[in-house]
Design a protein around this ligand. Structure first.
Ligand SMILES: C[S@@+](CC[C@H](N)C(=O)[O-])C[C@H]1O[C@@H](n2cnc3c(N)ncnc32)[C@H](O)[C@@H]1O
Length: 154
C-alpha cells in the first residue's frame, strides 16, 4: 500500500513497505531503502573535511555525512524548496545547512575538500555529468575529491 506522507506543489513523499519515495513531477527521484542507504553510506564514507553536496533528496547522504568523523562540516545546494518542505514535514528536521539554488548558479570564494554530486545522473547522461564535473572543478580544492552517484545507476 502507498500513502502520501507529505506534498508540496509538484513534490511528494510516498510511503511504501520498502521505504519512502521522493516523487518530483510524477517521477521517482530517490527511495529510502536498504540498497540506496548502502550506496549513500559508501559515498559519504569517502568524504572528508569541508563537503559540498549537490541535491538534498531524502537527506540520506547527509545523514551518513553526520556520522563520518572525517567530515568537519557540509553544505547542501538544493534546487527545490518544495523538496526541503516535504522532508521537513515528514522527518521533522533538515540535516545540515541547505541553500536553495540551482547548483550551476552557486558562486562562492570558498573551496571544498569534497563535492558530492547527486542531482540525478545515469550512464546515459554523459553531457550532464560533464557539465557537473566542470562546475565542480571550479569549486574544489587542489587534490580534492569530486564524487558522483549514479555512475553505476543507469
Ligand atoms: C536523487 S536526489 C538526491 C538524493 C540524496 N543524495 C539523498 O541522499 O537522499 C536529487 C536531488 O537533486 C535535486 N536537484 C536536481 N537538480 C538540481 C540542481 N541543478 N541543483 C541543485 N539540486 C538539484 C533534486 O531536487 C533532488 O532533491
Amino acid at each position: 500500500m502507498t500513502r502520501v506522507i507529505s506534498k508540496s506543489k509538484n513534490v511528494e513523499i510516498k510511503r511504501q513497505k520498502s521505504g519512502d519515495f521522493l516523487v518530483i513531477d510524477n517521477k521517482v527521484w530517490m527511495i529510502d531503502d536498504k540498497h540506496n542507504h548502502a550506496e549513500m553510506k559508501a559515498l559519504s564514507d569517502q568524504c572528508y573535511g569541508r563537503v559540498l553536496v549537490a541535491g538534498y533528496g531524502l537527506g540520506m547522504v547527509q545523514k551518513h555525512l553526520t556520522e563520518n568523523k572525517s567530515v568537519d562540516s557540509f553544505l547542501t545546494i538544493e534546487i527545490s524548496s518544495d523538496v526541503i518542505e516535504v522532508c521537513k514535514n515528514t522527518y521533522g528536521e533538515i540535516i545540515g545547512d541547505v541553500t536553495i539554488l540551482d547548483f550551476y548558479d552557486f558562486e562562492t570564494d570558498e573551496t571544498w575538500d569534497c563535492i558530492v554530486g547527486d542531482i540525478w545522473f545515469s550512464k546515459q547522461d554523459v553531457e550532464l555529468m560533464k557539465k557537473f564535473t566542470e562546475k565542480a572543478e571550479g569549486l574544489i580544492k587542489t587534490g580534492g575529491e569530486i564524487l558522483l552517484w549514479g555512475d553505476n545507476n543507469g
